[in-house]
Ligand binder design. Sequence first.
Ligand code: AGP
Length: 602
Amino acid sequence: MCGIIGYIGERPACEIIVKGLKRLEYRGYDSVGIVTMDEDGLHIRKGAGRIDELVERLKFLEMPGKKGIGQTRWATHGVPNDINAHPHTDCTGRIALVHNGIIENYESLREELRKKGHRFKSDTDTEVIAHLIEEELKGTEDFETALRKALLRLKGSFALGVVYTGEPDRLYFVRNESPMVLGIGSGENFAASDVPAFLEYTNRVVFLDDGEYAVITRDSWIVKDLKTGRIVEKSVQTIDWSLEMAEKSGYPHFMLKEIYEQPKAIKDAIHGNAGIITEIAREVAKYEKIYFVAMGTSYHATLVGKYLFQRLVKRVPVVEEASEFRYEFEDLIDENTLIIAITQSGETADTLAAMKLAKKKGAKVLAIVNVVGSMATRIADLTLYTHAGPEIGVAATKTYTTQLVVLTLLAIELARILHSEDEESLNQLEQELMETPEIVSKVLELNEAIEELAKTLKESRDVFYIGRGIGVPTALEGALKLKEISYIHAEGLSAGELKHGPLALLEEGVPVIAVAPPGKTLDKLMGNIEEAKARGARIIAVSSSEELKRVADTVIAIPPVHELLSPIPYVVPLQLMAYHLAVLRGNDPDKPRNLAKSVTVE
Ligand code: AGP
């Protein structure tokens, strides 16, 4: 997820673009670049770093020209550095473009273009697009036709801003599975990934749909269909959002926005790893001795990973909090060990230390990370990305569910390589994984009902989350979410543990949230719920089973889903519950007290 902005008019483009990029920084902030155009041609300045620092270092506000395009990057392919920053150009330097999305077939296109003599400067998937247009231009004088032909060869998601010296009076913007919206002015026009980028200048907008592109000039705009080149009638809409609201796309908080981004993030995590998962799984398959290390929410993802490996790969990985691993496991690690470190930020001190220790002992390290170019990706031998995009809210939500997606893809591929599970059920599971975005969308429709439920829990002093089997990590995660943003004391535990102590804490009305996905221990869980109910606890069950209606006071009904995939949709109501309770108790869910998004100290 990156931020794109474009401007054509009578004002200095650099000023508009810099302001717009600052407003899009929540979409990505590891590198920034701008291209402007005037009678002398294209002027490009780009570099790794945050916009505020680069405005000084690269003197963005001195760039000439009344038209231009800029991008603030969230790296997916090619680490954040000056060369991989956008814009990217073709061999002639006459075409410059910025991109938001992932080109899945970039490697094969790059090989084909290399054979035709194209020289590539960066490691990005994006640069391929500029050379592809250049190649198509050899067959036609008409830039627009060359652009369309080139884009129809791309697989994946791409929102683009394109400038061409051969057509100095216009800019091109494209949408295919990544957002693009036009801002309609008078004597000037804008385009951007999101409305906040230009809302200061106009609230008259035209949203592009997938497979559409726009040509904007100072005084006109037109939208066409990418496949046919035919004009698409579009209506201008008026947006009545405050700027702050716009940055959150109308959501009151980044956390709620990120919870609602999960269906797309899950899709991106699946597609983003399609080309690499087998190769990584082949490496992992070589190791019997596997350790998962992580902290916080990422640690809960490792617990789900353990269940998936046990059930599908028939291997029992050791799961350890990185803060313990780094001091307790030194003598147990050697060259026959594989460490799988999970960290969304890629900067968590304990997890990095555990990775460094393992490397020192000769172990292989695989990192599952969300932030490209982060320290974890530099320490690790192998890296899988969660493709969730930047997560601004301190409470991890979409980075957690996409970690679960990557772990599931890895376990399925490993089971295939090791023949530890029959192909048919692996194919079935993989097919059902592809359907989880829709299931999560369905669960999100329960938001209002969950908000009403949260109102009845507002005064709770303690809340217990129980689960069995693969439901235990979900219970732990639900409790962590509640603790970290609502400040209500919460405890997640395996339901079987209740009788061994925690049951003493239950009395009339104490909320017990039962995570009850389908599975071989559901009836045992029902028994544990009965035990809690008998002590007066108020039972709230998260389940797709009608059975729960018999024992629970409230059931949050989840669409049917495979047991091994249940941690993905089942955590969503718990994220929403925690979110609403934080808001109802007057807390800022995005910036909870005493916590940081990335814990870079021990
Ligand atoms: C989760 O909501 C918290 N932000 C925190 O527990 C977090 O998961 C933990 O600090 C690990 O962060 P990482 O995934 O960036 O390593």
